[in-house]
Ligand binder design. Structure first.
Ligand SMILES: [Zn+2]
Length: 90
């Protein structure tokens, strides 16, 4: 296989998915709405989505496996279970 092929223009990729049902965008929107209402398990601060530090992808899942990282205290937790994955104690 020749790995030195030139990159394809974006229009060629658009043709490949033309007519294919978009199952990713609704899942992304659901996840964005979910994370917008999640708060830190430790301090209640707002969280940002980050990839799970150990299991970034789950078999059969459409989206990467995101967890919440607190913008206030830095704790990382699973927003679905509330389990704290990492937290640095000062
Ligand atoms: Zn916090």
């Amino acid at each position: 296989m020749d790995y030195n092929l030139p990159p394809k223009p974006p229009s060629e990729f658009a043709e490949l998915v033309d007519g294919v049902e978009d199952i990713i965008t609704p899942e992304v929107e659901k996840e964005e709405a979910f994370f917008a209402q999640v708060s830190c398990t430790v301090c209640g601060g707002p969280v940002s989505k980050v990839l799970h530090p150990v299991t970034p992808f789950k078999t059969g899942a459409i989206l990467p496996n995101f967890v919440g990282k607190c913008q206030e205290c830095g704790a990382t937790s699973d927003p679905h279970t509330g389990l704290v994955l990492s937290h640095s104690v000062i």
